[in-house]
Design a binder for this molecule. Structure first.
Ligand code: URA
Ligand code: SF4
Length: 192
């Protein structure tokens, strides 16, 4: 198995799909590669493309606040990445073939990190990783267990910015997440 750094290097020079054409940066991910909790969004937006880091625009700032509320932090105790690593033009949804071209990197990241908990952010990531017929507004916050890994779809923070009435439900999901961390990987909260 190639090392984490080799995987990152491979990804950063990838030209496997059309999204390589207009990107400024490949957005590989941020956080602790040994994290027990992974967050997976759909794909980089404008700021992410410019800065090379996931969730650094307005939606990302909201995500950071919600993480902070349950003692999580992008740099220390979680790992955050996306289904596709290059920005889809005009922030359109990543197409099926682009997702298929890219998902190998996510699989390799997950194989190395071996998280106990995976949270998907938004409909696209939830449909790709949890179930194709996911009804995100109804089913966010519900756990499924797959091969010993707990998975939960959450609303996308960009959707919360558009529709603030869902914020309370979204915060509830973070509390549900905190409970699950305390149950299956309490070390997330008790590190030296
Ligand atoms: N939206 C996503 O799904 N991912 C990002 O990295 C930023 C915005
Ligand atoms: Fe490669 Fe993924 Fe970027 Fe497509 S989106 S070029 S598959 S890294």
């Amino acid at each position: 198995m190639t090392s984490w750094t080799e995987l990152e290097q491979q990804c950063k020079s990838c030209t496997a799909c059309r999204l390589c054409e207009k990107r400024h940066n490949v957005v590989f991910g941020v956080g602790d590669p040994q994290a027990k909790v992974m967050f997976i969004g759909e794909g980089p937006g404008e700021q992410e493309d410019l800065q090379g880091e996931p969730f650094v625009g307005r939606a990302g700032q909201l995500l950071d606040k919600m993480l902070f509320a349950v003692d999580l932090d992008r740099k220390t105790n979680v790992y955050i990445t996306n289904i596709v690593k290059c920005r889809p033009p005009m922030n359109r949804d990543p197409q099926d073939d682009e997702q298929e071209s890219c998902i190998g990197y996510l699989r390799e990241q997950t194989r190395r990190i071996r998280p106990k908990i995976i949270v998907t952010l938004g409909r696209i990531a939830g449909m790709k990783l949890i179930k194709p017929d996911l009804r995100i507004t109804r089913e966010h916050g519900e756990w499924i267990e797959r091969k010993g890994v707990w998975m939960m779809p959450m609303l996308h923070p960009a959707a919360l910015l558009r529709n603030p009435s869902q914020t309370e439900g979204a915060f509830r999901d973070f509390l549900i997440l905190r409970d699950k961390i305390n149950e299956v990987c309490p070390e997330v909260y008790h590190r030296q």
